[in-house]
Design a protein around this ligand. Structure first.
Ligand SMILES: [Zn+2]
Length: 305
């Protein structure tokens, strides 16, 4: 089953994308509408809204992805360093990479899309309606914008997991450990800091002291079973689904949005692509989501003041 392979994080290749398109094509409908008023009619009635967000939302805040053309840290891209093999082979280098990403986030802020989602969750919550964010982003910008109901399917830059005792916890220290202070420069000429493993972030639980790793889902690793099952519960119960800053043919929306559309629930995409590869969703709004989303999620005239 095609959806099953997506429970493991992988770089989606052209062949897989073609298979998703074929799968999607079996439910092909008319071209998606970009009629905002029609979307707003569904929005006004929705009681349980799922919002899937991807890298595009973070990109509008200037968060680097280390993917695609020009997306390098030193001479590597995320898929070279965000793997269990890279970490076991060179934990110092991988920690430098994640330390850099954590420090970069101190200079970035939630944008208008993050804020519109958070404001919508709070406002609808007071009306007894529910908004859940299911995000692949690990930068916590949704949380910083004020969203509370968030499922981070790829984990967080600001959580660690102990390799010895398995303990997972939030960690917002800057730097995360003294040895990483001023390390992690992205310039391709920078040499590895080669920090001894005992000076890398270590578990502070009494009697443990094990090596910590970022609590993110690396390529080749399975998604957290609990987060995945809670995501499916949301997708199985929502009555409106938004796919924001990612294409519905690209992981992870590819594994979720078709499941929702198959129930006959309206799905609306908000992204930069002008030619969505699938036509099985009801709405598509092209442009920066910081521009399109606030208008889509603003207070509807039918809502109480
Ligand atoms: Zn531990």
């Amino acid at each position: 089953m095609i959806l099953r392979q997506f429970t493991c994080r992988a770089v989606v290749n052209a062949c897989t994308q073609a298979r998703i398109r074929r799968l999607a094509g079996s439910r092909e409908m008319a071209k998606p509408s970009s009629d905002l008023a029609a979307f707003r009619d569904f929005f006004a009635k929705a009681e349980n809204i799922a919002i899937l967000t991807g890298a595009g939302v973070s990109a509008e805040s200037g968060v680097p992805t280390f993917r695609g053309a020009g997306g390098f840290w030193r001479k590597w891209q995320a898929q070279d360093l965000a793997t269990p093999e890279a970490f076991s082979g060179n934990p110092s280098r991988v920690w430098e990479f994640y330390h850099y990403r954590r420090e970069v986030m101190l200079t970035k802020d939630p944008n208008a899309a993050h804020k519109a989602i958070a404001e919508c969750e709070e406002r609808l919550g007071k009306q007894g309606r529910k908004v859940t964010v299911i995000t692949q982003n690990i930068d916590e910008l949704h949380r910083r914008a004020g969203s509370k109901n968030i499922l981070e399917i790829h984990g967080s830059l600001f959580k660690t997991r102990c390799l010895s005792c398995g303990h997972e916890e939030a960690n917002h220290k800057s730097p995360i450990c003294p040895a990483l202070k001023d390390k992690g420069a992205p310039d391709p000429n920078t040499h590895d800091a080669q920090i001894p493993v005992e000076q890398l972030p270590r578990c502070e639980r009494a009697g443990c002291g094990g090596l910590l790793r970022p609590a993110v889902v690396w390529f080749g690793e399975s998604l957290d079973a609990d987060v995945l099952s809670r995501s499916h519960e949301v997708l199985d119960s929502c009555d409106l689904c938004l796919v924001v800053g990612t294409s519905s043919v690209v992981y992870p929306a590819a594994m979720f949005a078709p499941q929702v559309a198959a129930r006959g629930v309206p799905v609306a995409e908000f992204n930069m692509e002008n030619t969505p590869a699938t036509t099985h969703f009801k709405f598509h709004f092209q442009g920066p989501c910081g521009t399109t989303l606030p208008a889509a999620l603003a207070r509807h005239k039918s809502e109480p003041n």
